[in-house]
Design a protein around this ligand. Structure first.
Ligand code: HEM
Length: 447
């Protein structure tokens, strides 16, 4: 099947001397191809237009996309701003640290980051909190014999992230519903009428914010309690020139959003890869039997190199965040070109993650890339988490939960004498934007 490009738009045009990719549709631009077929779109653009080209993101406008590896270092450049993220998704990300620059960003990030470092996660007992939840879920899969994998990993991740926040288990069903409505804000057309996604999404956001405000009040009233929200409240209150509660609430909401879809997608891809490559499963089972139990502390993760390699290689081939938007504040040199101040930029993490310039045989799934390496992990080896001041806060948490999940899955299924089997076509229904994920319909059997 050919790409979802507009056959009537074939004209070759330039903007600021840089070619515009043909094939945009009115109103939605290249979004259909970006969402459904991003790897081929980037390859075609590079082949026909070179390393710099404009893509049309519909309502978000044109973003100058650069596949030259230099573009990755823009994420660390002092004259590049993240404020464009708020303009693209004001309803969801407005006021959150991912869209802030400089001192304001540092202040908000400093108040959160310690809780997500290995020490903070270990002190808060996050591994002990997660292990039984993950084990119960994979045991339920074994009992059912067959699951729709992305739905299952989505539910599991929501449960984990809510328990991390300290949201009581009996409140989860209500949160689930509101959270799904909140996500509609990502794709909502800008029409605010009753029953439409924008109105429903805003109502869900207001409901969630009101609940979070209550948690924050409770945290202040019972300062001795532990839990991530409590840690964050005290860190925010201690920060220089304390941050307003609105900033705190928006950032707790950001954590719910940032930590859910991305991880659910990665976990689903891990199961799919294990199901379609029996040698991976055998290597994981051998490791799980050797360690004998689900690890709960960061210090224990070194005993699970196969599970760690699975997590890294899966994310390399299936990065959950494919594109990052930025704005140039000053004129910049990017590869062979000068980019004018004010240009909206798109940094294609997906392209670098699978680039032959960075990886040997980039399209092959090779655990050995990670198992045989002797040097430490460099920023470019974990580029799926970004780099520079906005590098993902959840990196150590994801690493912990993915290894825990792999070991729990292998121990549970192996004990029952079963292994994962792929029951659907993997290529159909993949999505690449706003976050990338396998098809919602993919089914995995355990037999
Ligand atoms: C596989 C899972 C994940 C992937 C691939 C991922 C990817 C990313 C990327 C690429 C960024 C950089 C955004 C930018 O530079 O504009 C980012 C930022 C962020 N991530 Fe993650 N993420 C994941 C999981 C998580 C989790 C579990 C959490 C927390 C619960 C989290 C919290 C955040 C936050 C708060 C930021 C913003 C940091 C800042 O702006 O300073 N992420 N993530």
């Amino acid at each position: 099947m050919d790409m979802l490009l507009n056959p009537l738009n074939r004209r070759h045009r330039l903007r600021c001397d840089i070619p515009v990719m043909p094939g945009a549709f009115p109103l939605v631009g290249h979004l259909p191809a970006i969402v459904c077929d991003l790897p081929r779109l980037l390859q075609r653009a590079e082949r026909t237009l070179g390393s710099h080209f404009w893509l049309d993101f519909g309502p978000a406008g044109h973003l100058m996309t650069c596949v030259d590896p230099d573009a990755f270092s823009l994420l660390k450049h002092k004259d590049v701003s993240s404020a464009l993220i708020e303009e693209i998704a004001p309803e969801l990300l407005g006021g959150t640290l991912v869209a802030l620059d400089g001192g304001a960003h540092r202040q908000a990030r400093d108040a959160i980051k310690a809780a997500f470092l290995p020490k903070g996660l270990t002190q808060a007992g996050i591994g002990d909190l997660f292990a039984p939840v993950i084990q119960a879920r994979v045991q339920a899969w074994r009992a059912r014999g067959e699951v729709t994998i992305l739905r299952e990993t989505g539910d599991l991740m929501l449960k984990l992230i809510f328990s991390l926040m300290g949201i009581p288990a009996q409140d989860l069903p209500g949160w689930h519903r509101k959270y799904r409505q909140l996500l509609q804000l990502i794709v909502a057309p800008p029409v605010d009428l009753p029953g439409l996604p924008l109105r429903r999404g805003r109502a869900a956001r207001d409901w969630i914010d009101a609940q979070l405000r209550r948690f924050v009040r409770d945290a202040r009233a019972h300062a001795a309690r532990t839990g991530l929200i409590n840690d964050m409240v005290s860190a925010f209150d201690r920060s220089d020139g304390p941050l307003s509660d609105d900033v705190l609430i928006a950032n707790i909401r950001l954590l719910l959003l940032a930590g859910h879809d991305t991880t659910a997608s990665t976990m689903a891809w891990i199961v799919i890869e294990l199901a379609r490559q029996p040698v991976l499963w055998d290597a994981l089972v051998e490791e799980a039997q050797r360690v004998g139990a689900v690890p709960t502390r960061h210090a224990d993760l070194a005993q699970c190199p196969v599970a760690e390699a699975l997590f890294r290689e899966t994310l390399r081939l299936h990065p959950a965040t494919t594109l990052l938007p930025r704005r140039a504040l000053q004129e910049l040199q990017l590869g062979q070109r000068r980019i004018p101040a004010g240009t909206h930029l798109c940094i294609p993490l997906l392209h670098f993650s699978t680039s032959a310039l960075l990886h040997e045989a980039p399209d092959q799934f090779r655990l050995a890339r990670w198992l045989l390496r002797t040097e430490p992990i460099r920023p470019v080896d974990m580029l799926q988490f970004g780099t520079g001041p906005h590098v993902c806060i959840g990196y150590h948490l994801v690493w912990l939960e993915m290894v825990q999940f792999c070991i729990a899955l292998a121990l549970t299924m192996h004990k029952a004498g079963v292994r994962p089997q792929l029951l659907s076509d993997v290529e159909k229904g993949r999505r690449y934007y706003p976050t990338a994920h396998p098809s919602m319909k993919i089914r995995i059997g355990f037999s």
